[in-house]
Design a protein around this ligand. Structure first.
Ligand SMILES: [Zn+2]
Length: 296
């Protein structure tokens, strides 16, 4: 009789001890590095799956917007970056206003730590900002005639930029020329048509522009020609008069380097603030432009 009784006592004492250990493990588990291993001993086998890293997030898919005719969609597209301090000023201005934008960048401009970090920051901030392709060499250093007369050399310039900048979608803008390549459309001057066809067959979209904030260059820096108020009026008129490639949408071109100085950064902020006051205006990244070809 004593023997079974003693066994029972030992069993109860052992259970109590194990429960205490389990409680201690749970109490320290949230902060302890080895909590996962401890938990495995007391939890069902499903807990093992906690050690497996989560799957990567799904790859973003190109999704053109469905146009609401009561809205006016503005696609801000700024070219030639990274060009500090303009690029950072543009990014901070868009951030402070909560406005989406696309940066068409040149791979040869992306050398050096500061510039690489700007490219990375924009690439990693999708869907708020989109990194897109403005070629590797900007038409072999602005040699437009040679570049476009040699499409078999010009097309790889975009392919190399795509790789070097690690761009997500095949969306490009031609240096110095407005042309369009989308689903069922290849539109451009006779000069640029051959490279458009090569980009089209490689699955690329090419985006032109409807309106540009012009710039001048003086003493090595660039600055906007139109005032903030005038630029906002020009955009308003383009919508009023349907002077855009696709109705109810407007692709707006400017260059990062125009906003390197504080007074011109302020001008960008002012122009965007004027536009933002009109509830019809919606700002989107260019991957949502109507008729964009899907990823491949
Ligand atoms: Zn350019």
């Amino acid at each position: 009789m004593r023997y079974p009784g003693g066994w029972r006592f030992k069993a109860v004492a052992f259970s109590f001890l194990m429960a205490t250990v389990a409680i201690n493990c749970n109490n320290t588990g949230s902060a302890g590095k080895n909590s996962g291993a401890d938990s495995v001993a007391v939890l069902p086998p499903a807990a093992d799956s906690a050690a497996v890293p989560p799957p990567p997030p799904p790859k973003p898919v190109i999704t053109p917007i469905v146009i609401d005719s009561n809205k006016r969609y503005i696609f801000i597209t700024f070219d030639d970056g990274p060009q500090p301090p303009g690029t950072g000023n543009c990014l901070n201005t868009f951030k402070s206003l909560g406005i989406k934008a696309t940066f068409f960048m040149v791979a040869n401009h992306a050398d050096g730590k500061e510039r690489r970090e700007l490219v990375d920051a924009i690439r990693n901030s999708y869907p708020q900002y989109l990194l897109a392709n403005h070629s590797k060499s900007h038409a072999f250093g602005d040699h437009y005639q040679y570049f476009y007369h040699n499409p078999e050399k010009a097309a790889p310039d975009f392919f190399e930029a795509q790789q070097k900048l690690d761009i997500m979608f095949k969306i490009a803008r031609l240096p110095g020329n407005s042309a369009w390549v989308r689903q069922g459309e290849v539109k451009g001057s006779a000069l640029v048509k051959p490279v458009c066809l090569l980009l089209d067959s490689a699955g690329y979209n090419v985006i032109g522009w409807d309106e540009e904030w012009g710039f001048k260059t003086h003493d090595g820096y660039s600055y906007p020609v139109e005032s903030a108020e005038r630029m906002a009026r020009m955009i308003n008129n383009d919508f009023e008069q349907h002077h855009t490639h696709t109705r109810n949408t407007l692709v707006w071109l400017a260059h990062d380097r125009m906003f390197g100085r504080q007074n011109f950064k302020d001008s960008l902020y002012k122009c965007l603030s004027i536009l933002k006051k009109d509830p019809r205006y919606v700002f989107e990244t260019i991957d949502h432009y109507p008729g964009i070809k899907p990823n491949n």
